[in-house]
Structures are given as structure tokens and as C-alpha cells.
Design a protein around this ligand. Sequence first.
Ligand code: THU
Length: 159
Amino acid sequence: MKQNLEIPFETFQNIDELSDIERQLFTAASEIREKAYAPYSDFWVGCAILLDDGQIIQGNNQENAAYPSGLCAERTALYWLSANFPDKKIKKIFIVGGAHHNPSPSPIPPCGSCRQSILEYETKQNHNIELYFSSVQGQVVKCYSIKNLLPFSFDKNHL
Ligand code: THU
């Protein structure tokens, strides 16, 4: 039986179309992106996580001369958050990425490993996480749950 999946998402042409809190998250992700440590790829990524108590957690990509030892911005932020505040709930994640010089205006989506890590915390907190990914210039895509970016996902319920 052939079946099709449909994925709901929203697009924004620039940050003026965002709400105040969404714009704050874009700014927080953009600011922390400026401190990325990415000397090998020169591709800078920032991530801002909004908690349900209103706190904003930030992270950026951290590279290494032994390339696979580096870590994406999303997981740098998520793992710090989970290590320090294991019981806090995540409402929104905002990612801003692009080459250090002349970044493309296309929104930069999270890699597969980051999607899997976000899924872990969405499953753990049993509540959806809204995910925004953006270009440096402020073209934004909004998704309502990481499950929409990771269909047929593997989680603890399969173990
Ligand atoms: N990167 C992220 O930080 N997040 C992603 O979701 C995609 C890729 C980083 C990893 C590496 O430092 C650089 O971007 C180029 O892949």
C-alpha cells in the first residue's frame, strides 16, 4: 500500500514577520553564532533554546583538528542544558547558520544527528518542541515538532 507523508511548516521572509519572543531567539542565536569555534569549516552556527520558565540557553559549533570530535551548535546547547538543568522543559529551539563570510540566504536546517538528539529530549519531556532554522539574513522556517523533520524515527519506545 503506497502512502504519503505531509509535513506542516511555516516560512518567514524576514525577522519582521516573527513574534517578539521569536525575534529575541533569532538575536540570541545570531549573537552566540559570532563566538562559534569553526576554524576548519568556517561555517558558523548558533543555537538558542527557550525554556518554559522563559530562560534562554545558547550554544555554538565547536570544531576540532580531529574533525569528528567537533560538535554542532544544537548539541552543544542541548547537552549543556541537560547536564545542568535535567528537568527543565524546552519550548523552542532557534538555529541560525551560515558561512562566516558571504553566508547564503537559505535557512540552514539541523543535521541528522542533531535531529535525533532533539527527538530524545522531545520524547523525554513528552511535549513538542517548536524548531526554527534560519539564515543569517533572517529567512526562517518553523516546524512544530522535531518528529516532522525525522519521520519513522527511532526512540526509546523501540528498545
Ligand atoms: N553544524 C552545526 O553546528 N549544526 C548543524 O546542524 C549542521 C552543521 C556545524 C558542524 C560544523 O562545525 C559546521 O557546521 C560544518 O558542518
